[in-house]
Write a new protein. Structure first.
Length: 239
């Protein structure tokens, strides 16, 4: 006679085995055992949205995924695989889960960094599997931004003829679409031109969103010391 124990639920259980014969009477054997829950995986992440990053850059926020065995017995070896729409933009690193077997209550971690290779919304998922243990998945997302491009309008500005030691009428220079802005005068005679930033304006070192502009910087031509009138080329307005 061969017996086996196949529990249908976790926990202790018991039974009895009776054996009887017409010429031998009856004997009873006590049986007991304990059902243990199989290994079962769960996953949690420190961050799901990794923010907006310029193409080619890396997000400052890194997602840390924690995988836990919530079951009552060991899992099989773990595998971690990147899936979803944009796995190439989300790089796995510091992987302490791959090929690990987790005891009940044990955890392991891996990290994901966001480095977009093109502009637009990006997303990826990371599937963790084990047998026993099952399958769980965690996701991240972010946005790839095109690099900023600074444009000054007008690109060329002529102030014409101005009387020595007097100022021309100021001309507004508009900056479009950039990150941090620094404004300066350059060229052959930058001292003959004056950059005027209104009081309280944060044009210098300001940050513009994509497509935004800030028309608060003006430039005028002036000759601060008496000198013979001569032709001058306006200084360039450069970031």
């Amino acid at each position: 006679m061969t017996l086996s124990f196949r529990p249908s639920a976790a926990g202790a259980t018991s039974a009895g085995l009776e054996v009887s014969a017409s010429s031998g009477g009856t004997v009873t054997a006590a049986l007991d055992g304990e059902g243990v829950a199989p290994g079962a995986l769960s996953i949690a992440s420190s961050a799901g949205d990794l923010g907006a990053v310029v193409v080619g850059g890396t997000a400052t926020t890194v997602a840390t995924f924690t995988v836990t065995n919530t079951g009552g017995s060991d899992t099989g070896p773990l595998s971690v695989q990147a899936t979803g729409s944009d796995p190439a933009d989300c790089t796995k690193s510091a992987d302490l889960c791959q090929d690990e077997m987790l005891a009940p209550g044990a955890t392991c971690t891996f990290e994901v960094a966001f480095t977009p290779k093109s502009r637009g919304p990006k997303s990826a998922a990371f599937a963790v599997r084990a047998d026993p243990g099952g399958r769980v998945s965690g996701a991240v997302n972010g946005i790839g931004l095109a690099p900023a491009h600074l444009v000054a309008l007008p690109a060329t500005q002529s102030f014409g003829s101005v009387v020595v030691d007097s100022a021309s009428t100021p001309v507004v220079i508009t900056e479009h679409d950039s990150g941090a802005i620094t404004t300066a005068l350059s060229g052959i005679d930058p001292t003959q031109f004056q950059l005027i930033i209104p009081s309280g304006d944060l044009f210098d070192a300001a940050s513009l969103a994509p497509g935004a502009s800030r028309p608060n910087s003006t430039c005028s031509s002036t000759t601060p010391t008496p000198m013979a009138e001569r032709s001058r080329s306006p200084a360039s307005h450069s970031p």
